[in-house]
Design a protein around this ligand. Structure first.
Ligand SMILES: [Zn+2]
Length: 391
């Protein structure tokens, strides 16, 4: 399993200039290869990844700057291009209407990929030496373990980060202990069968005023001017801040679940979305589904490492079924309370679903539910949970 650790990096001015130059060269290469793929296709020939790989060698004669970039990094530019091409053709196959792959502008090309080689990590002094770039200090607030497969260097506004990709073996022994069912919802981020209700994070909404101001500031500046670039940098940073907050929240919440429970039951979101395909899905739902997907992916890799069981349950009827007696009680999205006309059981809609998810996941029979008092957990409480423990 490949796991990423992100650390803030502090290149000095000379190294930073080299990083920016390398990014610029890689971006040139990306766009050049993309352009040649397009023209090749127009002549009726299908371009190949290997063909483009070979092209890099001859391009070095055309653009001497390519020689200033570590060759494996150049190879990874081609690799990235082809994984983008593949992703696009898969979206096409699923019947979505989409255009061509876009050329990358400077603000969209922000990452150098050192795969397998070309770097040397000095943990004692927390520095990494990159071939053709130089040595970059970084802060290691969270140590990793396992074999390093590659390192990415990425720019975000005026900040730099290194992302260490580590291969880790999955823990084989499964733990024994408490189990829980977790339902993700719209009113709150999640509700579990132990009665914990996790409030919805509204990082974006909270920063909306600031984002709007920054957007206006960018719009007022003359394009590509120094001030425009600075304003854009600030806006980029504000977006990154929101992403970081959100990820921090999802990391901590999933860590809490994996640490507390030996078995976690969740709905299989893939099935859920397949079923809902065709029905109208609102914007609010779509932004939430991105967070849920990420939450489940964090849960699943953390669970795999800790030997925690993660059970994916078929979401059919988890909401409609009465968790107390098993009767189907139809309710549309606006009905937030589950009221069973058959057994008189009254409980919150999402809590009812969480209990069902738990019962189905653990393959338990129906038995009378002792409703627990709901315990509300704020986003701040989640964020103040301890930093992720080193593996
Ligand atoms: Zn009932």
């Amino acid at each position: 399993m490949l796991i990423s650790y992100k650390y803030r990096a502090y290149p000095d001015a000379t190294t930073e200039a080299r990083l920016n130059a390398a990014l610029d060269t890689c971006r040139w290469l990306y766009n050049k290869l993309l352009e040649e793929c397009n023209t090749t296709r127009e002549t009726g020939v299908t371009p190949t990844m290997r063909g483009m790989q070979a092209r890099i060698v001859t391009l070095k004669e055309e653009n001497p700057f390519l020689k200033d970039v570590y060759s494996k990094v150049l190879q990874m530019v081609n690799y990235t291009l082809w994984s983008n091409i593949r992703a696009l053709s898969q979206t096409k196959k699923r019947g979505r209407k989409i255009g061509k792959l876009r050329f990358k502008s400077a603000s969209r090309y922000r990452t150098l990929n050192y795969n397998q080689s070309g770097f040397k990590i000095d943990w004692e002094n927390s520095r990494i030496a990159f071939s053709k770039i130089g040595t970059i200090p970084f802060t290691m607030y969270r140590p990793y373990s396992g074999k390093v497969k590659g390192i990415l260097i990425t720019r975000s506004g005026d900040r730099w980060y290194v992302i260490v990709q580590v291969e880790q073996t999955v823990s084989a022994s499964k733990r024994e202990g408490r189990s829980v069912g977790v339902d993700v919802g719209l009113d709150s981020f999640a509700v579990d069968s132990d009665g914990m209700v996790i409030e919805n994070p509204r990082f974006y909404e909270h920063s909306l005023d600031r984002i709007k101001k920054l957007q206006q500031s960018v719009a007022r500046k003359q394009r590509f001017s120094q001030n425009w670039k600075m304003a854009k940098g600030k806006l980029e940073k504000a977006y990154d801040h929101i992403t970081n907050q959100k990820n921090d929240f999802l990391h901590k919440l999933s860590r809490q679940y994996v640490d507390t429970y030996a078995t976690i039951c969740v709905e299989d979101l893939n099935i859920k979305y397949l079923k809902e395909n065709g029905k109208s899905r609102g914007f609010r739902r779509s932004i939430h589904s991105a967070s849920w997907g990420r939450f489940f992916s964090y849960l699943s890799y953390k669970a795999a490492r800790a030997g925690t069981n993660l059970i994916k349950v078929d979401p059919r009827n988890t909401t409609q079924m009465c968790s107390n007696c098993g009767s189907i009680v139809k309710k549309d999205l606006s009905v937030r309370v589950h009221e069973c006309p058959y057994c008189g059981f009254v409980v919150g809609r999402d809590y009812n679903a969480a209990v069902n998810i738990h019962r189905v996941g653990m393959e338990q029979p129906f038995e009378p539910v002792e409703p627990r008092p709901l315990h509300h957990v704020s986003v701040m409480q989640v964020l103040s949970m301890k930093q992720e423990a080193p593996p």
